[in-house]
Design a binder for this molecule. Structure first.
Ligand code: FES
Length: 154
């Protein structure tokens, strides 16, 4: 990766890590889950408001973690808003592959902008422990919207 791109990515991660978006506990959330990364003990709670049409009306989080996990949660809670649960499932699957350095195949056109944003986290593929940091919030949200109250990166 070019040095200037790497620097830009680091700036975006630091910005989200220091000033996380949607760091709050919405009272009207319809589901929530606690996520745990046993490797470091960091924990996040993700709150989601799912509408009657299965679209995500609001997403937020609280907790503590490293800059990557907080940045990932911050970006995720922005990106999923307005999407259907089934779309978020597909996006998580693609993002997870991106973090693992796996082939993601043809990107559905509707996800291109989102995956461009999430690309800043793709550097974790070189650091297997960091994959868990980048995906903790996504595992937790996935648990919340599918009726589980807890998620682990293990
Ligand atoms: Fe704990 Fe990244 S070091 S989530």
């Amino acid at each position: 990766m070019e040095d200037d791109i790497r620097e830009l990515y680091q700036e975006v991660i630091l910005d989200h890590g220091k000033n996380p978006r949607n760091f709050r506990h919405p009272e009207d959330a319809t589901c929530e889950a606690n996520g745990n990364n046993p490797l470091c003990g960091d924990r996040l709670t993700v709150f989601v408001k799912v509408g009657e049409d299965e679209s995500i009306e609001d997403a937020a989080f609280e907790g503590r973690g490293c800059a990557i996990s907080v940045a990932s949660a911050s970006m995720m809670t922005d990106i999923v808003r307005g999407k259907k649960v089934v779309e978020v499932d597909a996006l998580f699957d693609t993002f997870h592959k991106m973090c693992m350095g796996e082939e993601i195949g043809e990107t559905p056109a509707e996800f291109e902008d989102d995956l461009d944003k999430l690309m800043v986290l793709s550097g974790v593929k070189q650091f297997p422990m960091r994959v868990k940091c980048a995906t903790l919030a996504w595992h937790t949200m996935n648990a919340a919207v599918h009726g589980d109250s807890a998620a682990s990166t293990e």
